[in-house]
Write a protein that binds this ligand. Structure first.
Ligand SMILES: [Ca+2]
Length: 258
């Protein structure tokens, strides 16, 4: 069964793309990408911009950060229009690369999807057992390449499991994992303006370490309800602030360091 994105619409100035009716309350993600521009005295206040998009803050560090950049007028956030979507990919487009039986009997299934320089959408839907084995772990590598891409994990559950290892590449990309326990993301190259939306449970953000060879920062996003975590590698000299969308999803926004 292949489920594709079944609605795409404008939400005010922002872009809203999800797998369900926009009016349902089942944590349909609202995602917005941002262009980071130099602040001028004509720039709108960042707080106002985010408020117009329905984003709020509970995380004190994010609020402090935002106060600081707003007062100093360091940069401005402009919502980007919806990328012109050229092509959809789903798990059905993944190229099978091999499988191994892990020590505990779970089967690791390696697969990949390669995008092009166009703006594209990649959606990983609910996975089923692999050749009759329910205890499988689909490790899906996505190379989104150039263009403003949208990468969404809709898989739910731990049998089978799904890990999405994604390079967004050039362009401003947005990432989302929609389920409570589902597609676990490793975002390998997050840059300023890009967002990662997670289920409400994934609300614990931690700067885990800085990589010595290139300064990239490795963040973990955890949930007290799950043993698995999302991972983001963000550009050197960038940081993450944490917002909530109107459905209660966490929206992690990569911004230049203040
Ligand atoms: Ca891209």
């Amino acid at each position: 069964m292949t489920q594709v994105i079944n609605w795409i619409g404008d939400y005010g100035d922002g872009v809203c793309i999800g797998g369900g009716d926009p009016k349902d309350t089942n944590h349909t993600p609202l995602r917005t990408m941002f262009k980071i521009t130099k602040a001028t005295n004509k720039s709108p206040n960042i707080f106002e911009t985010l408020k117009d998009l329905g984003l709020t803050f509970q995380d004190k560090n994010s609020l402090d950060y935002l106060n600081q950049v707003s007062q100093q007028g360091l940069f401005d956030l402009e919502p980007l229009q919806a990328p012109k979507i050229q092509r959809f990919y789903t798990e059905a487009d993944a190229k099978f690369e091999g499988c191994e039986v892990a020590w505990d009997g779970e089967i690791d299934v390696r697969e990949s999807i390669e995008g092009t320089g166009l703006s594209e959408t990649f959606v990983i839907n609910q996975r089923r057992g692999f050749r009759g084995h329910v205890r499988a772990n689909y490790i899906t590598r996505i190379d989104a390449a150039g263009g403003n891409d949208v990468i969404i994990g809709n898989h739910s559950g731990l049998t089978p499991r799904n890990a999405v290892i994604v390079h967004g590449g050039e362009g401003i990309d947005q990432f989302a994992s929609t389920q409570r326990t589902g597609s676990m993301f490793q975002i390998m190259d997050m840059e300023a303006g890009e967002t990662f939306t997670t289920h409400a449970d994934y609300d614990e953000l931690e700067l885990f370490r800085e990589l010595p060879h290139n300064g990239q920062r490795l963040y973990h996003i955890s949930s007290s309800e799950s043993p698995y975590r999302h991972v983001m590698y963000i550009d050197a000299d960038s940081t993450i602030f944490q917002a909530l969308d109107s459905d209660g999803n966490n929206v992690y926004i990569c911004v230049p360091e203040a």
